[in-house]
Design a protein around this ligand. Structure first.
Ligand SMILES: [Fe+2]
Length: 475
């Protein structure tokens, strides 16, 4: 009897000693913060990024839906310490276009894997694209991340056939581990099951060096420095998208501007769309700030020169959409109303200029309309309003002829969505490619913090001089 009791106690002690180790190994290797992003051709490649608390293997399996994922080739990526954890990155290549894939990431040797996620590759022949746009989740606690995720859930319900999701930056507020964990935990239902298009915001860019690029596995453009974010581009349907890094703003480097020109001019896509965190047109508080004004002055002529159709931006946490503008001038545009996808839709017909859209915020930090916004911001507005009652998401469906945009607000109390704005464009002629374009250099300077500060001070100085000149001319 005594021996039996001693055996039982011994077993219990061994169990108590071993079990916590097993548990902690499982927790340490647990896969978190999973995302799938653009890394090369949207039809054939993807980048995957995830985190573990402890050092672990970096393995990825990808297979078409309907096949056995566990038997797929194990792709081994790279891992390194980041934010007192381990970041893991791996890429899938040679995928088949227009195919729904399943995947899992983890440590094959330890047998620790993520949940199974999904994404769909773009088609090489289809001219359509369907996507969701949100901005500025920028939460700092679990409750506000959860509220923003409700807005994203409503977006997914509204557009269940969405092929990718654009996040216009400021994913988090203070860039802490807790915030990133909370963001990815609450948005896993979307981030794990679609291709995410992340745009670097100032909250994960300025003074948060390398944080953005350690959170996502993006195939950045050649020459794109990765200190404060990155810039990259991709095609989907008959649209070409350029994702800017507006943290590169002291002022935006000549390298990035030249890259944007090269990138857009090389595309013969019908739709040219720019995604940026800082806005060129916004009636928010940031539009009057020197950094934004400098960036605006530099970029507006380039947007005109490149024939950009739509610019989506964040940063200002209010809703803003311009009329069609060229530089700072509103353009006259004809409209046509016809049935599209079963719905009577009014289209701007072959507009000559750009529409700038700021789809407010999916988060809970919301700002008022800035009545002192620099001219001609307010005069150019088709709609400028706050969205104090709820978070906002937008949907876009496009094909070679049509671009149809809708914005919805999700009421905080009722979680009911309301259509707050819609806008559509019809192009009746194919946009010709720029055949005479000569590629510009993109290796103009090494992007360093010191250069950023020096050029920013120089630009501010130039701006002060121009203000004085203006003042004297008025006097
Ligand atoms: Fe911001």
């Amino acid at each position: 009897m005594k021996k039996t009791i001693v055996r039982i106690i011994s077993l219990m002690l061994v169990f108590c000693m071993v079990f916590p180790m097993v548990a902690s190994a499982a927790v340490g290797n647990e896969v978190t913060r999973v995302s799938v992003t653009i890394n090369g051709d949207t039809a054939t490649a993807r980048g995957f990024c995830w985190y573990t608390d402890e050092k672990a293997g970096t393995d990825l399996q990808v297979a078409p839906v309907g096949t056995d994922l566990t038997k797929a080739e194990v792709i081994t990526g790279i891992s390194y310490p980041s934010m007192e954890k381990y970041v893991h990155k791996a890429e899938a290549e040679n995928l088949t276009s227009d195919t729904k894939y399943q995947y899992r990431v983890g440590d094959s040797e330890a047998g620790v894997w993520s949940e199974i996620g999904y994404f769909t590759t773009s088609s090489k022949t289809d001219d359509e694209a369907n996507f969701i746009v949100i901005a500025d989740v920028q939460a700092s606690n679990e409750e506000n991340f959860r509220k923003a995720a409700v807005v994203m859930q409503k977006a997914v319900e509204t557009m269940p056939n969405y092929e990718f999701a654009v996040n216009l930056g400021d994913f988090v507020n203070d860039c802490t581990n807790e915030e990133w964990d909370s963001y990815f935990r609450n948005f896993a239902f979307s981030n794990m099951n679609t291709t995410l298009i992340p745009v670097a915001g100032n909250h994960e860019g300025n003074l948060q060096w390398f944080k953005f690029n350690n959170m996502f596995n993006i195939g950045e453009a050649e020459g794109s420095a990765v200190i404060t974010g990155c810039y990259y581009s991709f095609d989907w349907g008959d649209a070409h998208f350029a994702v800017l890094n507006s943290n590169d703003m002291y002022p935006m480097s000549a390298s990035q501007i030249n890259w944007l020109k090269n990138d857009m001019n090389a595309s013969d896509a019908q739709w040219k769309i720019v995604l940026t965190h800082r806005a060129l047109y916004s009636a928010g508080k940031n539009i009057n700030k020197p950094d934004t004004i400098i960036m605006r002055n530099l970029l507006l002529p380039v947007i005109d020169e490149l024939g950009i159709d739509v610019v989506f931006a964040g940063h200002d946490h209010m809703y803003f959409r311009t009329e069609t503008v060229k530089g700072e001038k509103v353009q006259e545009t004809q409209t046509i109303t016809e049935v599209w996808n079963g719905e009577s839709t009014t289209f701007a017909l072959n507009p000559d200029g750009t529409t700038h859209i700021l789809p407010s915020t999916a988060g809970t930090k919301r700002y008022s309309v800035n009545e002192d916004a620099i001219p001609p911001i307010l005069e150019s507005a088709a709609l400028a309003r706050d969205t104090k009652e709820g978070g906002v998401f937008a949907t876009v469906s496009l094909d070679s002829e049509h671009f149809v945009y809708k914005a919805y607000m999700v009421n905080d109390e009722t979680q009911e969505k309301t259509l707050i704005d819609s806008y559509a464009i019809k192009k009746t002629e194919k946009v010709p490619a720029n055949e005479t374009f000569v590629e510009l250099p993109t290796d103009i300077n090494e992007e360093t913090a010191e250069q950023h500060i020096n050029t920013f001070v120089t630009e501010i100085f130039k701006m002060i001089i121009s203000y004085f000149k203006l003042l004297f001319s008025i006097i």
